[in-house]
Design a protein around this ligand. Structure first.
Ligand code: SF4
Length: 250
């Protein structure tokens, strides 16, 4: 069964390699991490106070009752197609952690439908779950791998899966890594990213400023740009946060 937190668009992709592209987002429910280190405070529907990332409503199963359940990809595709405009858009699969559904045959049908249709499909993932890409069509998927650093609060064993990162880059060498960091974390981030890049195939690396408001993004962006320039990494802004702050579904 596929669980969907929200479908929205057309809007623009706010970050990464396809920044600015008109896109339709499909946000999957569930995550294998909680990333308490990102310190976004929220309350569950039953009133429990917790701390996680800015996508807590999609990652925390406490919100599961509000997610839409699909036994088959067909009604989900019908739902998505209602908001696809007459021009080409990218399909962005996000979460939560969408690769929790990788072995689900209906998830694979959904991906294949849009690849066969000729649309660009991006999967936004933390890249920590074991996956293999065996079909040629799967190699057309762009993976935007937001691998977590220690500022997420997650353990090294849980957040770094070099086999999966390698499988993904071997399948599609346009796939890339991105790291969300703030100015105080830069020295540690430098060492941690260096360690992650050892023994994996080469790929683009994007750095993005931490923050769930335009003000926080502003506070971090210059230091992150300077660090990216020192290290030869790319910088990606987070346009959706600059324009819409942390408003959902835009
Ligand atoms: S892996 Fe991503 S979606 Fe999951 S808790 Fe961490 S930041 Fe949120």
């Amino acid at each position: 069964m596929i669980e969907i937190n929200e479908i929205f668009g057309p809007t623009i992709q706010g970050e990464g390699k396809r920044i600015g592209n008109p896109s339709v987002f499909i946000r999957f429910g569930k995550c294998n991490m909680s990333c308490e280190g990102f310190e976004v405070e929220y309350e569950t529907p039953s009133g429990i106070k917790k701390c996680s990332c800015d996508s807590y409503y999609a990652s925390d199963i406490a919100f599961r009752d509000s997610w839409k359940k699909y036994e088959s990809s067909k009604p989900l595709i019908e739902e998505i197609n209602k908001i696809i405009p007459s021009y080409n858009v990218d399909i962005v699969i996000t979460g939560g952690e969408p690769l929790l559904y990788w072995r689900d045959v209906e998830f694979q049908k959904l991906l294949k439908y849009y690849i066969d249709f000729g649309l660009e499909v991006t999967i936004e993932t933390n890249a920590s779950i074991d996956i293999e890409l065996v079909h040629e069509w799967q190699k057309k998927i762009l993976f935007s791998m937001s691998v977590k650093l220690s500022n997420s609060g997650e353990s090294l064993e849980k957040r770094i899966n070099k086999n999966t990162i390698t499988n993904i880059i071997d399948a599609n060498n346009q796939s890339y890594l991105k790291f969300v960091i703030d100015k105080d974390f830069l020295p540690k981030a430098s060492l941690e990213i260096e360690e992650i890049l050892k023994n994996i195939p080469s790929c683009d690396v994007y750095l993005m400023p931490l923050g769930d408001t335009a003000q926080l993004i502003d506070e971090n962006s210059l230091s992150v740009i300077e660090f990216a320039l020192q290290k030869g990494f790319k910088y990606s802004d987070r346009l959706h946060i600059r324009v819409w702050n942390n408003q959902r579904g835009v």
